[in-house]
Design a protein around this ligand. Structure first.
Ligand SMILES: C[S@@+](CC[C@H](N)C(=O)[O-])C[C@H]1O[C@@H](n2cnc3c(N)ncnc32)[C@H](O)[C@@H]1O
Length: 309
């Protein structure tokens, strides 16, 4: 198992090194598009958060999403949530990323799957919402991601670091009703995500709603069978930095109380919940390299929701 971890870590470090120069990022994107030709998006993992988003909109007194402008933090590759929200009738969806790692083939795959999915239709039906297919847009005819997103009504703002105050120029902040993210905050160090929250707080309206889904599990364990989801807590700071401190593998190993502390400092109407708990496995943490066992039930939270309003 540790040999596999070593191999994966080495792979990410090499990748980070090869594609570090800016001009190499375009070559990387071309390669990813070629490799992703037959990859498909896993839309099911997004049902829980989309359900929560719609519920939250409804609980705030709206009949549907027609008047709601969303802002997604951390676009990623396949844009499943912006597509789902537009198909659920959202007025406008901004999606913001510090980089541009969108993959055209994956976005097309997301579209095909969501359009065909009976489970997605059922989910919307439960909320009394009808699917709005994209009229007059044939995704297969697009060879440029940005053109496709524009025609889908999704405003993609890339190369925008939300922790920097200057990023505010890109939005009409006043129009944003709902901010969400999925699997983003665990990839950002606490001082940086605190800055993002402060930046948002100072520019968004007071009643803006938030939902953020955070995956606290060891992301290496997603790919290495038999690895405990809490394995990342075994390593001390130095060893963990050696294993993961590059732009592909970084995750912050914060626990729920870290997020609670950061969010509750900034937002009055903040609450959080645990969605998945680790039920087995001993947790260890180290002091740089040396391990020591410690016990805390909170460490067992693997997936959490952070909400404002
Ligand atoms: C793991 S991906 C999540 C993608 C997407 N939300 C999903 O679930 O498919 C995390 C994304 O957050 C973006 N990100 C990291 N730091 C950011 C920042 N300061 N501002 C905006 N985006 C950021 C990364 O570039 C990356 O695309």
């Amino acid at each position: 198992m540790y040999f596999k971890l070593f191999k994966m870590s080495l792979f990410f470090w090499l990748r980070a090194f090869i594609f570090y120069p800016k001009f190499m990022r375009n070559i990387e994107r071309i390669l990813i598009n070629i490799i992703s030709k037959n990859r498909s998006s896993n839309i099911e993992t997004y049902f829980q958060i989309i359900d929560k988003i719609i519920l939250k909109v409804k609980n705030n007194g709206h009949k549907n999403l027609d008047s709601i402008t969303f802002m997604e933090i951390g676009t990623g590759q396949n844009l499943i949530l912006p597509i789902m929200l537009k198909m659920a009738g959202a007025k406008l969806v901004y999606t913001v990323d510090i980089a541009d790692i969108t993959v055209l083939n994956l976005i097309k795959s997301s579209l095909r799957k969501i359009l065909k999915s009976d489970d997605f239709k059922k989910l919307l039906n439960r909320h009394d919402i009808k699917v709005k297919p994209f009229e007059g847009v044939d995704p297969e005819s697009y060879s440029n991601v940005h053109d496709l997103l524009k025609d889908l009504g999704i405003k993609f703002i890339h190369d925008c670091d939300l922790s920097k105050p200057s990023s505010i120029d890109d939005f009409n902040y006043n129009s944003i009703d709902f901010v969400y993210s999925m699997n983003v905050f665990e990839h950002i160090p606490k001082p940086t995500y605190s800055k993002i929250l402060l930046n948002l707080k100072s520019h968004l309206r007071n009643n803006t709603i938030h939902i953020h889904q955070v995956d606290l599990s060891d992301h290496f364990s997603h790919a290495i069978t038999g690895m405990n989801s809490l394995n990342h807590y075994r390593f001390g700071k130095v060893l963990w930095a050696i294993i993961s401190n590059n732009r592909y593998a970084y995750h912050n190993r914060n626990i729920k109380s870290d997020y609670d502390e950061a969010f509750s400092k900034i937002f009055d109407k903040y609450s959080s919940s645990i969605s998945v708990l680790q039920t087995q496995g001993e947790i260890q943490q180290t002091n740089n390299f040396v391990s020591k066992v410690f016990h805390s039930t909170e460490r067992y939270a693997l997936k959490i929701y952070l909400e404002v309003n």
